[in-house]
Design a protein around this ligand. Structure first.
Ligand code: NAP
Length: 537
């Protein structure tokens, strides 16, 4: 079997087969419990088969917070960074051991192709391993120095030192439906390494991967270090208190609810938001589509449209192209997209699966209709998929790749006002001027990542200077890096993930920076020799 073929034997039998329906349990206060009340179904978005169910309530959430604050925080507090890093290494190993099973769950519950599923599952293991290694480097330290010692007195005897110390509270992690594996792991890695216990809440619709990961992780961690709530958040946030942290990934409407949640406001709870983002890609005028940089540009745009069916927060939504190159770029995208088979990702040869849920499909269709009112069709019409591979027409939440175009990208409201979370992108024509390109990036009101493709260093410098304030990350595609590029859509543990404005204003990952959300920076002031002792010098 090739690495890109799904083995149906790895899909667990209780997932909707033989009439045995799995009721997913939450892991709270040290025990698995299914909850109570009405249930909601988790489905296969390609076949619409029900895979499992989850109860919508019935959990003692205040008790879960108490368990985290006492057992979880207590146990993690006894451990050094190196010891917590070793725990993360064990979690990464557990993922590797169950990789095929996790991939099969992502295919069945997420509509992922095998390649999409690997991106989620392996990406989770990679984030855990990255922070495991960082734990080893931080070693036995209790405080992490922030910068150098400062002389604040008349002589060197009176000093100052900024230092990071773990926060005394609970980290609540609320994740989006598109990366149930990676989303769980990247947040967990930072919080656990910093020393905070976690209550994780995956998005309900695609919770199977995160649920299985927590089944694997729980026996490897100290009591209370990791708890899982499957199903709606309910009153989860009501138990928040001072010292707690909420890290949220999801839509801007939910982010607004969180910003004004009474417990978050009342207790000054630290809140990190990763929300919508209209990421842009810019083709500079020096690049030909036949050279390495041009090929990378086309490859990245197509990959971001189709990988995970465009359901990546980092995917390219807006593409800026010199006016005289618009037709050529449209042709190149059409040529590549025509070759991608859409259908049930469990079938051979399928290059793009369905959207994760029926509401997402409806949102994407509404977005395409809004775009259609202001732009021209280049590829894919309205995204109808007449004959998806492997399922009867009319079954599954399919939308095919769609490319639109506009000659007036700066005034095209539909292009900048709504994130279409699917396989849709829009080309806009521009002068080729890097400052105009940066203004286009800024028109997205804050992005997780934007990219520019150029081998002209002067052009790049002008672009970066103006575009950087509007982007959490800038990806600079060029012939020098093309052969090793992971593409702009890959969030790496070593680089920041987050963005200003519409993107939520949050920051995750970025190596040691990723720990800071879960730590308190404290300015220490006193005898310089004591300060040195505290930071382990
Ligand atoms: P969502 O509806 O905002 O849900 C995100 C998470 O929030 C889910 O776990 C959801 O739980 C939970 N939630 C919903 N209402 C809540 C409330 N009142 N209190 C606490 N938690 C609540 O977003 P989604 O549909 O999963 O994801 C879609 C959007 O997320 C996309 O449009 C995209 O813009 C954005 N996104 C951003 C990033 C990023 O890194 N910036 C990454 C991925 C996605 P339930 O599932 O149980 O409702």
């Amino acid at each position: 079997m090739s690495d890109d073929t799904i083995n149906p034997a790895t899909i667990p039998e209780d997932c909707g087969k033989n009439g045995a329906m799995q009721l997913l349990a939450s892991y709270l206060s040290g025990a698995w419990s299914a909850g109570s009340g009405p249930t909601t179904a988790l489905v296969n978005p390609a076949t619409e088969a029900v895979l499992a169910e989850v109860a919508t309530g019935g959990h003692d959430l205040p008790a879960a917070f108490r368990h985290a604050r006492t057992a979880g925080a207590g146990e993690l507090g006894q451990l050094s960074f190196a010891q917590r890093g070793a725990l993360l290494a064990a979690l990464a190993k557990a993922i590797h051991g169950a990789r095929e099973e996790l991939i099969a769950l992502a295919v069945a519950n997420g509509g992922n192709t095998r390649s999409d599923a690997k991106f989620d599952v392996d990406g989770g293991a990679m984030a855990l391993s990255h922070y495991a290694e960082l734990g080893g480097k931080l070693g036995a330290a209790r405080l992490v120095a922030d910068g150098d010692a400062i002389q604040v007195g008349r002589t060197a005897r009176m000093g100052g030192q900024h230092a990071w110390v773990r926060r005394a509270g609970v980290a609540v992690h609320i994740n989006a439906f598109n990366f149930p594996g990676w989303g769980l792991c990247e947040k967990l890695a930072c919080a656990l390494l910093a020393g905070m216990p976690v209550i994780a809440k995956p998005a309900t619709a695609t919770a199977l991967v995160a649920h299985r990961m927590v089944e694997l992780f729980a026996p490897l961690l100290p009591p209370g270090a990791l708890q899982l709530l499957v199903g709606p958040a309910g009153a989860l946030l009501d138990s928040l208190g001072p010292g707690d942290v909420v890290a949220f990934t999801g839509g801007s409407a939910t982010a607004r609810v969180l910003r004004t949640h009474p417990a978050i406001v009342a207790h000054g709870v630290r809140l990190n938001l990763e929300a919508d983002s209209l990421n842009a890609a810019v083709l500079a005028p020096d690049v030909s589509l036949t050279d390495e940089t041009g090929a990378l540009f086309v490859f990245d745009v197509v990959r971001d449209m189709t990988q995970k069916t465009g359901q990546k927060c980092t995917a390219i939504r807006r593409v800026l192209v010199p006016t005289d190159r618009m037709a050529e770029v449209g042709d190149a995208l059409r040529d590549r997209l025509d070759r991608i088979a859409v259908g049930d990702p469990a079938h051979d040869g399928v290059g793009m699966g369905p959207l994760a849920t029926a509401p997402q499909r409806d949102d994407v269709r509404a977005g395409i209709a809004r775009l259609a009112a202001e732009t021209d069709a280049i590829h894919g019409g309205t995204g109808e998929v007449a004959a998806p591979v492997g399922v009867p027409a009319g079954t599954g939440y399919f939308v095919g790749p769609v490319v639109r175009a506009t000659q007036s990208p700066m005034t095209c409201a539909a292009l900048h006002d709504h994130e279409i979370f699917g396989p849709v992108t829009t080309l806009g024509a521009y002068s080729g001027d890097p400052v105009d390109a940066a203004a286009f990036v800024a028109r997205g009101d804050g992005c997780l990542v934007s990219s520019a493709y150029s081998d002209d260093r002067d052009w790049i410098v002008k672009f970066v200077t103006s575009a950087a304030p509007w982007s959490g990350r800038l990806y600079l595609g060029s012939s020098k890096m093309a052969s090793q590029s992971p593409g702009p859509g890959t969030a790496l543990p070593s680089l920041l993930h987050g963005g200003p404005g519409r993107a939520g204003g949050g920051e995750e990952l970025g190596g040691e920076r990723g720990l800071h959300l879960y730590m308190q920076r404290c300015a220490l002031e006193g005898d310089a020799s004591v300060l040195k002792l505290l930071i382990g010098e």
